[in-house]
Design a protein around this ligand. Structure first.
Ligand SMILES: Nc1ncnc2c1ncn2[C@@H]1O[C@H](COP(=O)(O)OP(=O)(O)O)[C@@H](O)[C@H]1O
Ligand SMILES: [Mg+2]
Length: 292
């Protein structure tokens, strides 16, 4: 029943020998699947990170529907640029800082999130001016190269005044610190930024659009298959598997991952050891039932 396991990554082959229960547990682990669009974003981010400090640092707006993999890309980039502790000065140097736009985007909350992101102590009761002063002082010493603000669409839940203030805050941070800013969020993020001409000209947009049927998608699901602990080849990149997956997920990366994990779990439980179109359809039915 083991076969040659050539359909798996070499690192996954020993896992395929585990019993079904252990492999079901293994399916819960996060996996990073490389695909060209993510690689392109990561490359852009690397270029931004290497840009020598100058007056107008490049900025990026990463947008796409919820579940398309934006936060995963940011997390991946961050792992490659961890904070470094300087024993002499006692300062933790973050060359990459990542935070989320608070759900209600007041300036106080923004500074509080930013200070938390660099593990800086602060008093929530501090006045706005004090928070701002502390933030700028710490960040000037730290000289970060990039600041990520995820969930930027949360801007829209603020009053028009709060929205303007938050955008001005981003611009002034980028200018004061001479660092690259990357904002990410749903399509609403575009709307939020479009209210400000300077932001539009400053932020290069990059869209993570939903998947459709093409070589890139086939490559993605083939790469996914190589990480699933199943003993038999499922041929996920072939018809009608590809169509079933797109129908089940509406082209959203997160749903594809969920459907595949669910179908793999089922394949382990019933012992087919491979994902079939029927298992994908059954999994899609379960997902729809859960939403309804
Ligand atoms: N590169 C990837 N490899 C494997 N799974 C991914 C990848 N990108 C996204 N996913 C799956 O999609 C889910 C949603 O991704 P996430 O980054 O949270 O989306 P977004 O931030 O765009 O809403 C993740 O929890 C993961 O299961
Ligand atoms: Mg996200």
């Amino acid at each position: 029943m083991m076969g040659d396991l050539k359909h798996l990554l070499e690192s996954m082959r020993p896992i395929a020998a585990y019993d079904a229960k252990e492999r079901i547990t293994h399916l819960r682990l996060d996996r990073w699947i490389d695909y060209p669009r993510a690689a392109r974003v990561l490359h852009l981010l690397d270029e931004m990170h290497e840009t020598p400090q100058r007056n107008r640092m490049p900025c990026l707006l990463l947008h796409g529907d919820s579940g398309m993999g934006k936060s995963m890309i940011i997390a991946k980039f961050r792992r490659a640029h961890p904070a470094v502790y300087d024993r002499k000065t006692g300062i933790e140097h973050h060359s990459v800082i990542a935070m989320e736009m608070p759900a209600s985007p007041s300036q106080r909350r923004f500074y509080a999130q930013l200070l938390q992101a660099i593990n800086a102590p602060y008093r929530p009761s501090d006045r706005l001016e004090a928070l701002e002063f502390t933030t700028i002082r710490l960040l000037t010493a730290m000289q970060p190269r990039m600041l990520f603000v995820d969930e930027i669409h949360n801007l829209l839940s603020g009053t028009p005044r709060e929205q303007r203030a938050a955008l001005n805050l981003l611009k002034s941070l980028s200018n004061k610190l001479n660092c690259c800013i990357v904002v990410s969020g749903t399509q609403d993020a575009l709307v939020a930024l479009q209210s400000d001409d300077q932001m539009v000209s400053r932020f290069r947009p990059f869209e993570l659009a939903r998947w459709h049927e093409n070589d890139e998608f086939r490559g993605f699901v083939q790469a996914f298959e190589k990480t699933l602990p199943l003993r038999l080849k499922s041929s996920l990149g072939e018809q009608p598997m590809v169509q079933a997956l797109l129908a089940a997920s509406h082209g959203v990366t997160g749903s594809i991952a969920e459907v595949l994990a669910g179908a793999a779990r089922a394949a382990l439980r019933i012992g087919t050891e491979r994902i079939t179109v029927e298992l994908i359809r059954a999994e899609a039915g379960l997902l729809t039932a859960a939403v309804a």
